[in-house]
Design a protein around this ligand. Structure first.
Ligand code: GDP
Ligand code: NAG
Ligand code: NAG
Ligand code: NAG
Ligand code: NAG
Ligand code: MG
Length: 790
């Protein structure tokens, strides 16, 4: 009684403590010594709902942590067994269902971990998980699979609970669930990206499996352990399709079996074991239970990585991830029939693995910002991804050789097709990229050339071009370094070079035009300068020597200014040619100058001739020479004057002596002077005539009186001459030379109107004929006269 009171008091105190702690539980999240519903089903019993407050309590566990979970059909004694293993007695253990209705929904966790020292000596906090049983009336297999997967992957030790025997259906179902879970784990690993943050994916491992058979009474023979018995069962199991044999051994770290005797013998106790005390349990049960606990401690493999065991926070994160993944449907459907399951698995394995391949290829595309990729790199990456994918596929379909064979064929085709498309697309991208860079580089060359202000030295343009070309080719090579080996690269490089060459030629042409224009302008300017320099200010002709000097100096100056204005470009090919052109231009201007000078000279000569003729006239004017004068003397004077004038001419124009115009001038001057001389002689003659005016008048009167006797021009003329001569011989002119007298007479006849009238009257055919006869006779007379006289 006292003991009962004490225990009652204890219970109250504990309850008060519990209430107190639960009041402030939200703050300090104490580890509670009670079962917590970690995961519960939703209203439709399909999805899992995680209680985050309970998950948070795990954060407080700092040291290594491990989980032991129990799974199995509903109402198979899971909760009771867990209570036994935890050493919890009535009232404090998991709710043990006294009725057929399953009590444990979802996944329950014992709030306070059990400190356990493993056989390896490691001290860990062991957390027990109780689960909702499988195959409840109206619960789907998919829901079962979720619970199983989460519990299994959380565990470091998994207990499968069954009653009395190892049932073939149990084994099939367990294998399906295990296979599902394996796929689930692999998929979770595949989509690493999603939980990349700080999650350790190596935690997704399978624990050792302990198959516990409760109420075991069957004899399995002395030489056979429960493990061997289980293995025998697994070997002999009959499958729907032998092709798709898989084994729990393929999935779990290890598989073991443990049997337990009836916990009690009394029926009322068995119906509600929650009432049973330790003392009520059978010895066999207690022994076998303890040995199971020892096996658990020996067999537990704490999850971890690189010898670092999993801690509380990591466990919390693992729970979160697994529940989320399970809810998102990462668990494929579990068809009830094995064959369908296999087909489904194949399908989803191929799909998932292809997704893996695609994701892996996407990494490459991301790396290249979805641009062009070197073909080799693409190929290599693809092959590597292909290999990895096949390896993954093999892992997923482990133990299912035939469907792996089929699937990998299918996978090869899918991947190959996909790759061909990717490759083709990449080719296009390469072409586009190369073309784009080509144009960009072309622009850079054009820019460099356009910056030059023309005209510019050809050599400078070439060096600018060469520099730009080198830069653009280097730039092209650098920007397209990864695509160097492609044909598009070479093609566009050649195009780039060709269009740069074209650009160069067009700019060279433009420049040569500009240079030409510049030369042209400079040569025009220097020609104009030369013209100005060689234009003489007066209208006087310039003497040849001076003209030459003028030309020389002008040419020097004008050429110098041409050279100065084009000096910068004197290395250009056309420079010498333009220099020649300029000089030729000078020669032409010189010729024009000379022509003009000649013209000026000619008019100067003309006026000189005129002046000198006037001088001659003045010098031989009647005021200077008194006429008539002895012919010889006159001639002497005239010759002297002429010579004087000609000398004066030569003297005045001595500078032009070598020019043909000078000689022509002399000729003209001489002619002109001759004319003056002739005039003077005529005047002299007239003067003589004037001296003999009286006798000549006399002779004319005589001739007029006896003119009728002479009927021809010849005869009358001859008669008049004779009369005149006779008259002259009788006066002053008696001593004058005959030629002078004849000259005077002929002048007189020619100038006298009356005589001329007489002569005209006798003109006509008759006069001509008869005159001619008379002339012949006169000639004969003249011929024979001396002869006759002799
Ligand atoms: N015969 C027998 N009955 C058991 C054993 N363990 C539990 N029970 C009874 O089976 C019923 C269901 O137990 P429970 O632990 O709630 O099973 P659970 O639904 O799998 O958790 C209860 O009435 C228990 O008394 C066992 O080892 N042998
Ligand atoms: C399962 O059946 C029980 C009664 O048999 C019912 O109370 C419960 O709501 C059902 N659950 C679902 C998910 O249908
Ligand atoms: C699939 O492709 C890989 C690599 O190309 C090859 O090694 C393997 O034999 C192929 N598998 C099948 C089934 O064709
Ligand atoms: C001769 O010269 C004088 C002046 O030198 C001039 O006055 C005169 O008219 C001239 N006579 C003739 C006939 O030309
Ligand atoms: C003219 O002069 C020359 C010598 O001066 C002389 O010989 C000649 O007889 C002269 N004639 C006349 C006609 O006076
Ligand atoms: Mg239960």
């Amino acid at each position: 009684m006292a003991r009962e009171q004490i225990s009652w008091v204890c219970a109250v105190i504990i309850t008060l403590l519990f209430l107190n702690s639960s009041l402030c539980a939200d703050e300090n999240l104490n580890l509670r010594d009670e079962p917590l519903q970690l995961v519960k089903p939703d209203i439709e019993h399909k999805q899992l709902i995680l209680n985050h407050d309970f998950v948070k309590t795990l954060y407080q566990i700092e040291g290594p942590v491990a989980v032991a979970a129990i799974v199995g059909k509903y109402h198979s004694g899971k909760s009771f067994l867990l209570n036994q293993l935890m050493g919890k007695r009535q009232g404090f253990g998991f709710n043990i269902g006294p009725f057929v209705k399953p009590e444990t929904m979802g996944i329950w966790m014992w709030g306070k971990p059990l400190p356990v020292t493993l056989s390896s000596g490691q001290k860990i906090s062991l957390i027990f998980l109780d689960t909702e049983g499988f195959a409840a009336n109206n619960v789907s297999e998919r829901y079962d699979a979720k619970i199983f997967a989460v519990a299994t992957l959380l565990s470091s030790y998994l207990i499968y609970n069954s009653v009395k025997i190892i049932d073939q259906a149990d084994m099939d179902y367990l294998e399906l669930l295990a296979r599902r879970t394996q796929l689930f784990a692999l998929r979770s690993q595949m989509s690493r990206a999603k939980w990349a943050n700080d999650f350790n994916h190596d935690l997704l491992t399978f624990p050792p499996l302990m198959w516990v058979v409760q109420d075991f009474v069957q004899a399995i023979g002395d030489d056979m352990s429960p493990k061997e018995w289980l293995e025998g069962m697994m070997d002999s199991s009959t499958w729907e399709s032998e092709d798709h044999r898989i084994s729990l051994l393929d999935v779990f770290e290890s598989v073991n079996c443990h049997t337990l005797f009836f916990p009690a013998t009394k029926k009322d106790l068995l119906q509600d074991l929650s009432q049973a005390r330790e003392d009520d349990l059978t010895i066999e049960y207690k022994n076998e239970r303890d040995s199971l606990l020892q096996k658990l401690k020996d067999g537990i493999i704490p999850k971890g990585k690189n010898d670092r065991p999993m801690t509380g926070p990591e466990l919390a994160s693992l729970i979160d991830i697994l529940v989320t993944a399970a809810n998102e449907g990462s668990l494929a459907q579990v068809p009830s029939r094995w064959h369908g399951f296999i087909q489904d698995m194949k399908q989803s394995a191929v799909q998932d693995c292809f997704k893996f391949y695609d994701t892996d290829m996407e990494v490459l595309h991301e790396k290249h910002h979805h641009g062009a990729i070197n073909e080799q790199e693409l190929e290599q990456w693809h092959q590597q991804a292909h290999r990895k994918t096949l390896k993954l596929l093999q892992q997923v379909l482990f133990g299912l050789e035939t469907i792996f064979e089929e699937s990998s064929k299918e996978m090869n085709v899918t991947i190959q097709e996909h790759f061909e498309k990717t490759y083709e697309m990449n080719e296009k991208k390469i072409k586009l990229r190369c073309g784009e860079i080509q144009h960009r580089q072309e622009l850079s060359v054009e820019e460099a050339l356009a910056q030059l202000s023309l005209p510019v030295l050809t050599s400078q343009m070439m060096s600018t071009y060469n520099e730009a070309l080198a830069g653009c080719i280097t730039g092209y090579a650098e920007l397209l370094e990864p695509l160097k080996e492609t044909t598009a690269y070479r093609k566009h490089l050649n195009q780039l070079k060709a269009s740069a060459e074209n650009m160069k030629n067009s700019y060279l042409f433009k420049n040569s035009k500009a240079i030409e224009a510049m030369f042209e302008k400079a040569s025009e300017l220097s020609s104009a300068e030369f013209k100005v320099l060689t234009t003489h200010p007066t209208n006087d002709p310039i003497i040849p020597h001076d003209l030459k000097r003028l030309f020389k100096r002008g040419a020097e100056k004008a050429l110098d200014s041409f050279q100065r204005s084009t000096e910068y470009f004197n290395e250009e090919r056309d420079y010498k040619m333009y220099l020649k052109v300029v000089q030729t231009g000078f020669t032409e201007i010189e010729r024009e100058c000379e022509l003009r000078n000649n013209y000026l000279l000619k008019s100067a000569l003309d006026s000189k001739i005129h002046d000198l003729t006037e001088l001659m006239k003045a010098n031989t004017n009647s005021t200077k020479i008194s006429l008539p004068m002895n012919d010889t003397e006159l001639d002497q004077i005239l010759n002297f004057e002429t010579a004087k004038v000609v000398d004066r001419f030569s003297e005045d124009l001595d500078d032009f002596r070598d020019l043909p115009a000078f000689q022509e001038g002399i000729v003209l001057l001489t002619k002109s002077l001759h004319h003056v001389c002739g005039t003077r002689r005529q005047e002299n003659m007239a003067a003589y005539q004037h001296e003999v005016g009286v006798p000549l008048d006399m002779a004319k009167r005589i001739a007029l009186l006896s003119a009728d006797r002479y009927d021809t021009v010849f005869s009358i003329t001859l008669y008049i001459k004779e009369i005149c001569l006779l008259n002259l011989d009788e006066g002053k002119a008696a001593n004058w030379p005959l030629y002078l007298k004849i000259n005077i007479i002929e002048r007189f006849i020619k100038n006298d109107a009356e005589i001329q009238k007489l002569i005209r009257e006798r003109q006509g055919l008759y006069s001509m004929v008869v005159g001619f006869m008379q002339w012949i006779r006169w000639c004969l007379d003249f011929l024979y006269a001396p002869y006759l006289f002799a």
